[in-house]
Design a protein around this ligand. Structure first.
Ligand code: TMP
Length: 218
């Protein structure tokens, strides 16, 4: 069995930069890692991602949105995450089931029980061993995310960036609550620090948590 690490945080918190750095760090040490993301991670889930993040889809209802995240996850777990874990790999996933609780429950107000149930079905037993929460003030994160969107020539994935600040504050508070409820699994990292300082913290703390059997042998 492999080891499953997820990264979470509000828009623009820096988790995508950090997960890439961590993947390079582990690969350079000979560890077998798979870097993936949600929504997406395989062709069918990537198509669902396009629907979910397209700012033109303003009419998407909260329930339909939730079901699409669950559908993308079910496909991603089946095609990518479970096979990689079964092959003994270290899976690094940029967002997973906690994002659905933070955004669709704390953010949108959908009943937690409904989401827990859907996550249970979609995850098919794949549960993160470790979750790195890159905590950041949404005002700072949204500004970074807007700059990234303006600098990108592809589709504008900004349906969530266009939400009110209050929505993102609820998402941040939701993540912090989830972390407080499960301190064994969550590692809270201060996203206000420099990229180098954040990476130094993550690489040290995460490497120490990876089971001995999966660490590379030189
Ligand atoms: P990204 O910007 O980190 O790629 O994530 C895409 C967006 O999707 C981000 O705004 C958070 C949102 N999201 C949810 O609302 N629920 C979920 O379950 C997931 C995985 C992401």
């Amino acid at each position: 069995m492999g080891y499953f690490i997820t990264f979470e945080g509000v828009e623009g918190c820096g988790k995508t930069t950090q997960i890439k750095l961590l993947s390079e760090f582990l690969l350079a040490r000979g560890m077998h890692t798979v870097l993936t993301r949600e929504p997406g991670g395989c062709p069918i889930a990537d198509k669902i991602r396009t629907i979910l993040l397209d700012a033109e889809n303003k009419a998407l209802s909260p329930l339909a949105e939730l079901m699409l995240y669950a559908a993308a996850r079910a496909q991603h777990v089946t095609e990518v995450i479970s096979p990689a874990l079964e092959a003994g790999k270290i899976v690094l996933c940029d967002r997973f089931c906690d994002a659905t609780l933070a955004y669709q429950s704390f953010g949108r107000g959908i009943d937690r029980g409904v989401i827990d149930n859907l996550n249970l079905q979609a995850c098919q037993g794949a549960t993160p061993h470790l979750t790195v929460l890159v905590d950041c003030d949404p005002r700072v994160g949204l500004e970074r995310a807007r700059q990234r969107i303006e600098a990108t020539s592809g589709p504008r994935e900004e349906r969530f960036e266009l939400e009110a600040l209050a929505f993102h504050e609820r998402v941040r508070a939701g993540y912090l609550r989830l972390a407080a409820d499960d301190p064994e699994r969550f590692l809270i990292i201060n996203g206000a620090d420099s990229i180098e300082a954040i990476f130094a913290a993550i690489s040290t703390l995460v490497a120490a948590r990876i089971p001995e059997a999966l660490r590379a042998v030189y």
